[in-house]
Design a protein around this ligand. Sequence first.
Ligand code: UGA
Length: 432
Amino acid sequence: MKLCMIGTGYVGLVSGVCFSDLGNNVICVDKDKEKIKSLKKGIIPIYEPGLEELVLKNYKNQRLNFSTDLKESVKKSDIIFICVGTPTKKGGSGADLSQIYDVAKEIGTSINKFKIIITKSTVPVTTGDEIEKIIRKKNKKKNFSIVSNPEFLREGEAIRDFVYPDRVVVGTKDIKSNRILKTLYAPLISKGAQYLNTSRRAAELIKYASNAFLATKITFINELANLCEQTDINIEDISIGMGLDKRIGGRFLRAGPAYGGSCFPKDTKAIINTADKFKIKLSVIKSVVKSNENRSNLLLKRVNLLLKNRIKNKKICFLGVTFKANTDDMRDSSSLIMIPALSKKGAKVSYYDPTGYKKEFDKYKNVTFEKNIKNALNKSDMIIIHTEWNDFKSINFKSYIKTKKTIIFDMRNIYSPSKMKQQGFKYFGIGR
Ligand code: UGA
């Protein structure tokens, strides 16, 4: 099939490349000329394991192409995926849909034959209706169908998630579009993915509901971890004990720092915003947002306590600063709250991340990037394991830490407390 992905961010690039790898002809479009130029040279703008190989392979065999010409690309394609960003509105909580509507207007003037136009970006309920109105204004023939087909890819696992999704959700009442999309996704369905056809609005809401539910699960376990800390219980026993109940499931029950990334914080706020517009109170999700926003402060209090209220001049080292492992993404990472707060209190913060130096910390006093783990750990008063990179899973602390006074605060519960204590370390985790 001939596909066009508009927007070469996370969603558009990963989905476009994977669709081409399944044998489709795909044009990935972006208005950013430099980005397209780089992509044509095989330079990938995001860090995603396995993506570069797939781009090179499919570009070489000419199933994948890149363009800045939206109109021409739309004309050449049968299925158009809108994959542009829907960030939180500046100063607000709802999603900024300006990029979506701009793209819709351009698509409207480029329809030369029947097109299936799909929102893959995360968009609030009724956005599909708006897109339909915009395109209809430009195109009276109505030879198009607007469908919602949300993505459920995780950063760092995006290729695997694309190839082996739990489900493919297609929101449309149009029988022809549904039939075509079922064929497009047939290779994934044959590997076990569930194909679910719903109304367009339902598909839009499924995406938000899923992210909000996962965010709730994490927040739930994070709050229970606070209780475990006061009652000498290991939170991991609770996660396993709860997770063995098939109705609950064990995934996304890992306690840690505040959840971050480009999706959960944005989407939880956006679903509340949508509900408010319909005068519906989503009180559970509202408290999840509040609890998560407070989590970094809570962990900072713990840091303060562990350092006996003496943060000034203390050398604190962060292992990992991205919001999770296998990504270079810093968006809404809890390190963006914790590191500046510690710097303000006079700590000397160093950090090491496998994805390198982060410009986000430039403006803070006494915050330095270290090129390797050894340098980072050297002479630290406190080591904070912030992100669960594999690189941090078997550190020989004994060879790096010369004084047993060093405190290790493992915010991802990577190490065994008993083994660390046996080795004489002052080791602390989350909820245990
Ligand atoms: C999330 C969803 O998992 C994807 O299904 C969805 O497609 C994506 O958002 C999106 O809307 O595009 P992502 O933001 O890449 O994916 O990252 P997750 O792996 O979900 O992690 C999000 C945050 O939750 C991270 O800060 C992570 O550290 C935290 N987390 C996750 C926990 O603290 N505990 C867990 O058990 C799981």
